[in-house]
Write a protein that binds this ligand. Structure first.
Ligand code: CDV
Length: 310
């Protein structure tokens, strides 16, 4: 058995006016709670340090730079790293990254028990739009503020297993999990900020949104025989509601731990990485069963190509 006691640490709403320091204090409280349940590893949401700022339109793009981190850890986040190290706890969280070259990414990191950043992932599937869209009930300007991740979907040897990351909208794409599955991933961790209504389809409400979320993470886990830990930022942010749905999914695709509600909360589950073996050695033994000669379209084309008309 290779058991990692994994804490999914949901954050409730973060308002536009909330400081990084206040958010980090909340994250430390969740970490202390996870430590009291003997967690080895804690996972926080996407863009954990701020409100979900891509809902706010800035005509001058540079005005959004204050939402970004220029260094990690920085002044505000150092206490989180120090507490994690003191508790001997590994962690993962998301933040907006502004590189020294001036590039903007929606990023998450893996931090080992000694407080060292050992893995960086930059969100590949950016949803939303570039320009203000008056037709939508709310804006989703990730394509305005970030460029697509340039690091692919790597995995890391971490905590005695093989770990990967993705971020929010990535979880809806089977390619995300399969690229990591092909590297033997045993646990995928991800954070999300998902509005509880569809900005372009008003009748699509919370129940359907949660169903699509669970469908995505459960199928990704099952089809690649991996644990998936999916962590929400939830609740009402300045009048904009984000759904909950934080959960831990086992390699059979079953939800084994879940958080009810939308407040700051932690759930800890003993995730045995050896539980991935059966699926990887039987029905999803890729080496024996995959037929790549038929998968060319997956990487050769982006959009749908219809058959010729009759
Ligand atoms: N932060 C996200 O990537 N949110 C998307 C929105 C567009 C619904 C998501 O896929 O959950």
């Amino acid at each position: 058995m290779r058991v990692i006691r994994t804490a999914a640490a949901q954050l409730g709403a973060i308002q536009r006016a909330d400081s990084r320091q206040a958010v980090v204090a909340r994250m430390i409280r969740l970490m202390d709670e996870a430590a009291s349940q003997d967690a080895d590893f804690i996972v926080y949401p996407e863009l954990a340090l701020t409100t979900f700022f891509p809902r706010w339109h800035h005509e001058n793009r540079a005005e959004a730079d204050h939402w970004f981190e220029r260094e990690m850890p920085g002044e505000a986040t150092r206490p989180l790293f120090e507490r994690a190290k003191a508790l001997n706890m590994a962690m993962s969280f998301g933040f907006a990254e502004l590189t020294p070259e001036g590039r903007h990414f929606n990023t998450s990191i893996l931090v080992d028990r000694a407080g060292a950043i050992v893995g960086t992932y930059r969100k590949v599937h950016l949803p939303g739009h570039v320009e203000f869209d008056p037709e939508r009930t709310h804006q989703h300007l990730e394509k305005r503020y970030f460029e697509p991740g340039d690091l692919g979907f790597p995995v890391w040897r971490f905590l005695g297993g093989i770990f990967g990351m993705c971020i929010c909208n990535d979880r809806r794409w089977p390619e995300t999990y399969r690229v990591m599955g092909l590297q033997g991933v045993e646990m995928v961790v991800l954070g999300f900020n998902t509005p509880s209504v569809n900005s372009q389809k008003g009748e699509e409400k919370l129940g359907k949104r949660l169903f699509h979320h669970r469908l995505s993470v459960q199928s990704g886990a099952y089809q690649n025989a991996t644990w998936v830990v999916a962590v929400a930022k939830a609740g009402d942010e300045d009048g904009h509601h984000l759904m909950g749905g934080t959960c831990i999914v086992d390699p059979d695709g079953e939800i084994v731990a879940e958080i009810e509600g939308e407040a700051d909360a932690v759930v800890v589950h003993p995730c045995d990485l050896d539980a991935t073996r059966f699926g990887k050695e039987t029905i999803f033994d890729f080496k024996r069963h995959r037929r790549v000669e038929h998968y060319g379209r997956i990487t050769a084309q982006v959009g749908t190509e219809l058959p010729l008309a009759e």
